[in-house]
Design a protein. Sequence first.
Length: 423
Amino acid sequence: MSIIFDRMSERIEEWRMEDWQLKSKGGNKVLSEVTVAQAYGGMRGVRALICDTSRVPQDKGLIVRGMPLAELVDKTPEEVYFLMLTGDLPTKDELKSFTDDIKARKNVPAYVWDLLRAMPRDTHPMVMLNSAILIMHKESVFADEYDRGIKKDDQWKSTLEDALNLVAKLPAIAAGIYRMKFNKGEIIPPDSSMDLAGDYFHMLGVSDVPDFKDLIRLYLVAHCDHEGGNVSALATQVISSSLADLYYSLSGAFNGLAGPLHGLANQESLKWVLEIMEKYGGTPTNNQIKEIVAKTMESGKVIPGYGHAVLRITDPRFDAFLNFGKKHFPNDPVFLTVSRLYEVVPEELKKIEKIKNPWPNVDAVTGAILYYYGLKEFSYYTVMFAVSRSLGLTAQTVINRAMLTPLFRPKSVSTQYIRDIVG
């Protein structure tokens, strides 16, 4: 059995004991009080979930298992995935074992390609990705073992098998969708000698520039997880709490990720940047940016890529990608526009009293960087997001299954109930 199963077995015993102790000692402690505004406002800010793979303090940004993103930007996706699953970064030997295990699971069943080729030419790339995941349900180790009567305490092990299989195959499926959908030539098969980021770069076939390979690595790391309350994370855990396998729950998560208020944000931001450049004939001046910000806000629209549901600082993921761009192509016109927007937009938004967070989030920059490397098919960007976020979503599912998280079943109330409370 792979090293990851041994390491997780050790940690799960510790976590289950701590979980029992916390519930025994503090089960009646109050975490949050729900207001009428929160009930009507999408449960924004209600503390009602446990997520140990990552957290997002509003004044710090993404922290993965206690490690700020800035400490992880030079790591591989495999290292960060191991960290989320076990709570520790892997040793050199553990990383080799873990990476080898993932490499051995890369091959995509032939029927997946048959399905994708049979889909209409105008099918959205995210529909293709979700369909590929769902049709692979027959590969689920968890579903097979559950049917044969697996012990509840051991269900995390077969869930981990599903997680590793999905994480290993998704780059090949995603790259195949890109080449198939956008007429880039034959599908490039996975290479069992390459790690996740290197092979995704190889299979996309977009560019042979080594910098792009490093961008793919950073992209997979930076988007890996973002606590448990965002749409895709919550959808995954709600679905999997019914003991649906990961093929069902991950597909459901990606359906949520495809929405304009979640995974589409980077392409919306890039569209806006390109529209500005077209209007002004290139990278705008600071005064021109002030003008476009004022007109955008006056029209009742928001500035794409600025603000965040949780954060009240510049997203550290934005910082990571901005630094990448400054290192590799600081004078590219599109990237220069993004950099100049960052200099001007927050100061302009600060002047508007109702705006709580004038700072950019990660979506303000990632589209521009993908665009620079020749990946200009906007509808594909969410697929890349999904490949990265699969790390966190599957890790959360394995941990929740190990911690015997029960069925999600919050209580709803009627409008009349609220009327009675409000009086």
